[in-house]
Design a protein around this ligand. Structure first.
Ligand code: UFG
Length: 351
């Protein structure tokens, strides 16, 4: 049952808390006074993140953070976490997230992402913890009929197994909240998170060749890659390149703290878009990053990437009106912070 509690009384389990969005959210939670327990198997994250988080928030706040290295699908490990800590609410980030890889490895993606969610919510139920925030994605909207996307826009066909796992986990959580009115579920649909913490101490550290635009552009800027490959310039957009709603990861992280405060003492299931409400093209991103790093970044136009939609951006009115949350950082700050992270950590966390 969802009890109303102050942040200092609230113990939040953050699955995948060492990852890109997870680590930035942990910083905001610690700064907001919460107790935080990170469960992460470090399959796509570095333990160094924990020291960096501590550096950002300071020793006193860092004392409110615990780390357990475990796979969320490991029920024994999860039970041990619930035995050891008085978990009040869960923010569930842990999951595989590479779109292209998910096409090649559907069984792994469905097995891991859905399997770990089932293990998590089953364990939560056993311990009477029924408050969860799920890390969903604008990918569930598929190819939109109309923009901006509101939470009422239809969920459509996804173009890859990764997207379907988000789609299906949303459904599982909605059904769970319908079956048992004690559940308190918040589905956060992220648009395109980029940027890094202003300190330059934490950021995105993709393994291998980055799939996403921003980490790729950042690696071109730092000299690790020759030029940006622009996937298509014949879309029906002002400059022909794909348009997305890029959101600063720190704004996104703050959205989770707002959601925690909003869900306090509630039950049911609510969906929120987390974006900025503004669309930016691939060429505009390259230009903004060039300004941030102080040199013209080279690019070549390539064929469209299969599965990409022309454009999407969010209507975030609901998050503003209900949770009082709004993104405040623009593209220039996103590129500045991404560059600050990349230039100070050219090899990410260096593993
Ligand atoms: N793009 C390029 N070159 C690149 C990479 C991307 O031109 O090297 C273009 C894409 O075609 C697209 C835009 O840049 O137009 C953004 O692409 P990303 O791969 O950065 O992001 P996506 O919008 O494809 O996907 C992101 C997340 C997904 C999430 C989705 C939700 O990566 O996890 O947003 O809409 F599901």
């Amino acid at each position: 049952m969802s009890l109303e509690k102050t942040p200092s009384e609230t113990c939040v389990l953050v699955t995948g808390g060492a990852g890109f969005i997870g680590s930035h959210t942990v910083v905001e939670l610690l700064e907001g006074g919460y107790q935080v327990v990170i469960v992460d198997d470090l399959s796509n994250a570095s333990e160094k993140v924990l020291d960096r988080i501590a550096q950002i928030v300071g020793d006193e706040a860092a004392e409110r953070m615990s780390f357990i290295r475990a796979d969320v699908a490991d029920r024994d490990a999860l039970e041990a976490v619930f035995e050891s800590f008085p978990i009040d609410r869960v923010i569930h980030f842990a999951g595989f997230k590479a779109v292209g890889e998910s096409v090649a490895k559907p069984i792994e993606y469905y097995g891991n992402n859905i399997g770990n969610t089932i293990a998590l919510i089953d364990t939560m139920r056993a311990y009477g913890c029924k408050d969860i925030i799920f890390s969903s994605s604008a990918t569930v909207y598929g190819d939109p009929d109309a923009l901006p996307l509101t939470e009422q826009s239809p969920k459509k066909f996804c173009t890859n197994p990764y997207g379907w796992t988000k789609w299906m986990i949303e459904q599982i959580l909605m059904d769970t909240a319908t079956a048992d009115p004690e559940w308190n579920v918040v589905l956060l649909r992220y648009f395109n998170p980029i940027g890094a913490h202003e300190s330059g101490l934490i950021g995105e550290d993709p393994k291998g060749i980055p799939n996403n635009l921003l980490p790729y552009v950042a690696q071109v800027a730092v000299g690790k890659r020759d030029c940006v490959h622009v996937f298509g310039n014949d879309y029906d957009t002002p400059d022909g390149t794909g348009v997305r709603d890029y959101i600063h990861v720190v704004d996104l992280a703050a959205g989770h703290v707002s959601a925690l405060a909003w869900m306090n003492g509630r039950t049911g299931c609510e969906i929120f878009n987390l974006g900025t409400g503004t669309g930016t093209s691939v060429l505009e991103i390259i230009k903004a990053f060039s300004e941030a790093c102080g040199r013209e970044l080279p690019y070549v136009i390539e064929a469209r990437r299969p599965g990409d939609v022309t454009a999407n951006w969010a209507d975030c009115t609901k998050a503003r009106e209900l949770m009082g949350w709004e993104a405040t950082r623009g593209i220039a700050e996103m590129c500045r912070d991404s560059w600050n992270w990349q230039s100070h950590n050219p090899d990410g966390y260096g593993e």
